[in-house]
Design a protein around this ligand. Structure first.
Ligand SMILES: CCCCCCCCCCCCC[C@H](O)CC(=O)SCCNC(=O)CCNC(=O)[C@H](O)C(C)(C)COP(=O)(O)OP(=O)(O)OC[C@H]1O[C@@H](n2cnc3c(N)ncnc32)[C@H](O)[C@@H]1OP(=O)(O)O
Length: 719
C-alpha cells in the first residue's frame, strides 16, 4: 500500500497506492511506517519524497474504517515521527490533499503542489475535526484567522490559493514528483528545525477572543445545531493558547467526543449516500456502470418561467447550446433578459465569461428539429404538457430525448402521446433550478436504460446530485411532502400555531419550517393541485367546509388561507405576514391566530397543549413512514436515495442524515410504536398507519439501514 523506490541514487520516493483516492487505510499507514523506517535508516538516502499513485496525493483517512474497530498504526504518532525525522521530506501533491492527506503533507518539511491540485481539511463536513495534528499545525503555518476559516468550513483551496496562504512552498505545472525530487536534493543540507510546524509558535492575533466569538456566532447562525464546527473553534483556540503538546491532547479529546456522535455517523452516511445515489439499476439488470450515456451538445427548453430560466442557465453554463422557446413575444423577451442577466451574474461570480453565444430564443417549436434533447418546463397541467409532447414528437428528429420538468405528473402518460416512449423521461429540477443541487430523474416504465443514463449523466454535468426514481404521483420528494405537511396542518387544528411548529422543525435543523417554506413556495400552487384533484372547489361550502373529503380526513385551513388571497411571500401575507409583497421577514399574524381560533370553535375542537416531541414525531415519523412505502413500492431503490432527495431538495438537516437515517437512529421499534400510538388516536389518517415494510424490518430485528434493501421485495421495482 506504499511503494518504495530509490531515485537519483539518494532520494527515497514513497508512493501511496490505495486507489481511487489513496486514503490512509490501516494498510497504507502500515506501508508508510515501513517505508519511512527504511528511508530513514538507509545511509544512501538523503531525502524523501511522498506522493500518491494515479495523480492523487491522498484523500485523507479511510472513512469506511471509522465504523469498525481501529486497526493498524495510529495516524497521529506516525505523522509526528515523519516530522521529527532527520532527513528532509517533501510532499509532492497532485490531485487532492484532503483531511489526513493534508495533515500528512503538513508533517513533511516542504510541500510542492501541482497547479491543478486542491487542498483542504474537510473533516468538519463529516462531523469530525482534523485530528492528526491539523488543528495545531495549520494555524502555526498560516495564522489563526485563515486556519480557522479553512478548518471550520472544510473549504477546499486551489494550489494557487494555497501558495498565497503559505500552505505550499511551490506550485508547478510540470511533473510534480520530478520537481519534488529536485527540490528534495537541494534541501538536503538545510536545517530542518524551522520546517517542523509543531515546533513553531502560533502568530496569535491580539483580538483572538473577539475573532473566536465572531466565528462562533456565524456558525451558530449558519450551521445551527452542528457540533463539529464548534469543536473546531475550540481546537484552534487550543493551538493559539497552549503549547503543541497540550494542544494536540485537546484536539484528541474533542475528536473523541465527535467521533462517536450521531452527527458524525449521519454526516459520514451522507457522504456515501450521495455517491450511492448515482448508481442506479433496473430490474432488467441494466445499470449505471454498463450503460453508455449519449453525448448532449444541444438542448431546448420549453417555457421561460422561473423553472425554464434556471434550467436554461444550468445547461448553457456547462457549454450546451440552448434554444429557449416561449409562446408569446413579450414573455420571450422577458425570459431572454432574465436568462442573460442570470448567466452574466453567474459568470461574474465564477470569474469566467458568460456563454451568451450558446443561447437562442424562439417562438416556434419548428426550430427544435436538430436538438439532442428537449426539457419541457411549461405550466404543471397535464393537458398542456401532452399537447407539447405530441408536437415535439412530430417536430424533433426521432432520436431526440424528450424530458419533462414535471414535479409530480405521470411521465408515462406523456411518453404515451409520443412516437418514442423509450426516449421520454422526467427531469424534476428544484427551484431555483440553477442553484438547487437536486435532480429527480423520473424513469417511466418505458424509459430505456440509455435514456436514464443520459439524463443522469446530464444532471452530473450540470453539477446536480441526480437520483433515479420511479414514476408515481409526486415521485419521491413531493409524495413524501404530503403526509409531512398534512400532519402540520392537523396539528394546527388541534391547538398548535404555524410559528410553534416551524420553530420546532427549525430547531431540529430544517432550513425552514413547513409553513415558512410554503409561504416561500407560494400557497396557491398546492391550492391549484387540490382544486384539480377535486379536493376543493366551488362546491365546497366556504363557511362550513367539511373535514372529510374523498373518504379521508381533510384539513380545509390551507384553502381558507388561500381564499383570503394570502399566497405567501409574493402577496405579503400567507401563514405569516411580511412587510410588503415579496418581503422575506416573516412575522406571526394575529389574523391567522384569529382564523384558527374561529375554526376550532366552529368545529368544537378544544385546543390542547402540543409538545415539541409530538410535533417532531407526527411530522417526521409520518414522513419516514411514507418513505418506507416508497421503498416497498419500488419507487426508490434504496433508503439512501430518499435521504439524498430530502437533504438536497427539502432542506432536511444533513447532520440528521435524512428521514430514513433519522428513523434508523431513533430506532425502528420506537418509530413503529409511536406511529401505532398516533394512528390509534387518529384512525382516519392513513399516513399514520405503520407501513408493512417498517413492521417487517422491526420483526427482523431492525437491521442497519445499509441492510434494508435485503428485506425489500424487488418484484415491485419501478427502477
Ligand atoms: C473514544 C474513541 C476515540 C476515537 C478517536 C478516533 C481517532 C481516529 C484518528 C483519526 C485521525 C484523523 C485523520 C483525519 O483528520 C480524518 C480524515 O482524514 S477524514 C477524511 C477527510 N477526507 C475527505 O473528506 C475527502 C473525502 N473525499 C472526497 O471529497 C472525494 O472523494 C475526492 C477525494 C475529492 C474525490 O472526488 P471524486 O473524484 O468525485 O471521487 P468520489 O468522491 O466519487 O470518490 C471515489 C471513491 O472513493 C471513495 N472515497 C473517497 N474518499 C474516501 C475516503 N477518505 N475514505 C474512503 N473512501 C473514500 C468514495 O466513496 C468513492 O467510492 P464509492 O463510494 O463510489 O465506492
Amino acid at each position: 500500500m506504499a511503494r518504495y523506490e530509490l531515485v537519483k541514487r539518494s532520494v527515497a520516493l514513497i508512493t501511496l497506492t490505495n486507489p481511487p483516492v489513496n486514503s490512509l487505510s490501516s494498510a497504507v499507514r502500515h506501508g508508510i511506517a515501513k517505508t519511512m523506517d527504511r528511508a530513514l535508516s538507509d545511509p544512501k538516502v538523503t531525502a524523501v519524497v511522498i506522493c500518491g499513485e494515479n495523480g492523487r496525493f491522498c484523500g485523507g483517512a479511510d472513512i469506511r474504517e471509522f465504523s469498525g474497530p481501529m486497526r493498524g498504526p495510529p495516524l497521529l504518532p506516525l505523522l509526528d515521527s515523519i516530522e521529527a525525522g532527520e532527513k528532509p521530506v517533501v510532499a509532492a501533491i497532485e490531485g487532492v490533499a484532503l483531511g489526513g492527506g493534508l495533515e500528512l503533507a503538513l508533517v513533511c518539511h516542504y510541500r510542492i503542489a501541482h497547479s491543478k491540485a486542491r487542498l483542504g481539511l474537510p473533516e468538519v463536513t463529516l462531523g469530525l475535526l482534523p485530528a492528526a495534528g491539523g488543528t495545531q499545525r495549520l494555524p502555526r503555518l498560516i495564522g489563526i484567522p485563515a486556519a480557522l476559516e479553512l478548518i471550520t468550513t472544510g473549504r477546499h483551496v486551489s494550489s494557487q490559493e494555497a501558495l498565497k496562504l503559505g500552505i505550499v512552498d511551490q506550485v508547478t505545472e510540470q511533473n510534480v514528483c520530478e520537481v519534488a525530487v529536485e527540490f528534495a536534493l537541494r534541501a538536503v543540507a538545510k536545517p530542518l528545525s524551522s520546517r517542523r510546524l509543531s515546533a513553531l509558535t502560533v502568530p496569535c492575533p491580539p483580538d483572538l477572543d473577539a475573532l473566536l466569538e465572531a466565528v462562533t456566532m456565524q456558525i451558530q447562525k449558519k450551521a445551527r445545531g452542528m457540533m463539529a464546527p464548534l469543536a473546531c473553534v475550540q481546537a484552534v483556540r487550543a493551538a493559539a493558547t497552549m503549547p503543541y503538546s497540550q494542544g494536540i491532547k485537546r484536539e484528541s479529546e474533542l475528536m473523541a467526543t465527535l467521533f462517536n456522535s450521531g452527527q458524525a455517523r449521519a454526516l459520514q452516511y451522507c457522504f456515501f449516500a450521495e455517491r450511492t445515489a448515482g448508481k442506479w439499476t433496473l430490474p432488467s439488470g441494466a445499470q449505471w456502470n454498463d450503460t453508455k450515456p449519449r453525448e448532449i451538445r444541444s438542448a431546448a427548453v420549453i417555457g421561460l418561467g422561473t423553472m425554464g430560466r434556471g434550467i436554461a442557465v444550468s445547461l448553457a453554463r456547462v457549454g450546451i447550446s440552448v434554444i429557449a422557446v416561449e409562446s408569446d413575444k413579450k414573455l420571450m423577451e422577458t425570459g431572454r433578459q432574465m436568462v442573460i442577466g442570470m448567466l452574466e451574474r453567474d459568470a461574474k461570480r465564477r470569474g469566467v465569461s458568460a456563454s451568451l453565444n450558446l443561447l437562442k430564443f424562439t417562438l416556434s417549436l419548428q426550430n427544435l428539429k436538430d436538438v439532442d434533447l428537449v426539457i419541457e418546463a411549461v405550466f404543471e397541467d397535464m393537458a398542456l404538457k401532452k399537447r407539447v409532447f405530441q408536437e415535439l414528437s412530430k417536430v424533433c428528429r426521432p432520436t431526440t430525448l424528450l424530458c419533462s420538468n414535471t414535479s409530480g405528473l405521470d411521465v408515462d402518460a406523456l411518453a404515451g402521446v409520443t412516437d418514442r416512449p423509450q426516449l421520454v423521461i422526467g427531469m424534476h429540477f428544484f427551484s431555483p433550478a440553477h442553484v438547487m443541487k437536486l435532480l429527480e430523474v423520473v424513469c417511466g416504465p418505458r424509459s430505456s436504460s440509455e435514456t436514464i443514463a443520459t439524463a443522469m449523466s446530464l444532471g452530473k454535468r450540470m453539477g446536480k446530485v441526480s437520483v433515479a426514481v420511479g414514476n408515481c404521483p409526486g415521485f419521491v420528494g413531493n409524495r413524501m411532502l404530503k403526509p409531512y405537511s398534512d400532519q402540520a396542518t392537523f396539528l394546527l387544528e388541534e391547538g398548535a400555531t404555524p410559528e410553534q411548529i416551524d420553530k420546532v422543525l427549525e430547531d431540529f435543523g430544517f432550513a425552514m419550517g413547513v409553513f415558512r417554506m410554503s409561504d416561500l413556495a407560494g400557497l396557491d400552487v398546492g391550492w391549484r393541485v387540490r382544486k384539480e384533484s377535486g379536493l376543493t372547489g366551488p362546491d365546497v361550502d366556504p363557511k362550513n367546509p367539511p373535514r372529510r373529503r374523498q373518504g379521508r380526513k381533510y384539513c380545509p385551513i390551507p384553502d381558507m388561507v388561500c381564499e383570503q388571497g394570502r399566497f405567501g411571500q409574493k402577496t405579503g401575507r400567507g401563514w405569516y405576514m411580511y412587510d410588503k409583497p415579496g418581503g422575506t421577514n416573516a412575522k406571526p399574524d394575529p389574523l391567522i391566530q384569529n382564523l384558527l381560533e374561529t375554526y376550532r370553535s366552529r368545529y368544537g375542537i378544544k385546543p390542547r397543549n402540543i409538545t415539541d416531541q409530538e410535533i417532531i414525531e407526527r411530522c417526521l415519523f409520518a414522513l419516514a413512514n411514507e418513505g418506507f412505502r416508497i421503498l416497498e413500492d419500488g419507487i426508490a431503490a434504496r433508503p439512501e436515495d430518499i435521504d439524498v432527495i430530502y437533504q438536497f431538495g427539502y432542506g432536511f438537516p444533513r447532520h440528521r442524515g435524512g428521514p430514513m437515517f433519522y428513523a434508523s437512529m431513533v430506532g425502528l421499534e420506537r418509530v413503529l410504536e409511536r406511529l401505532e400510538h398516533y394512528h390509534q388516536a387518529h384512525p382516519d389518517v392513513s399516513h399514520l398507519e405503520p407501513s408493512p415494510l417498517l413492521k417487517k424490518l422491526v420483526a427482523c430485528g431492525s437491521p442497519p439501514i445499509q441492510k434494508w434493501r435485503e428485506h425489500i421485495k424487488t418484484m415491485h421495482s419501478h427502477l
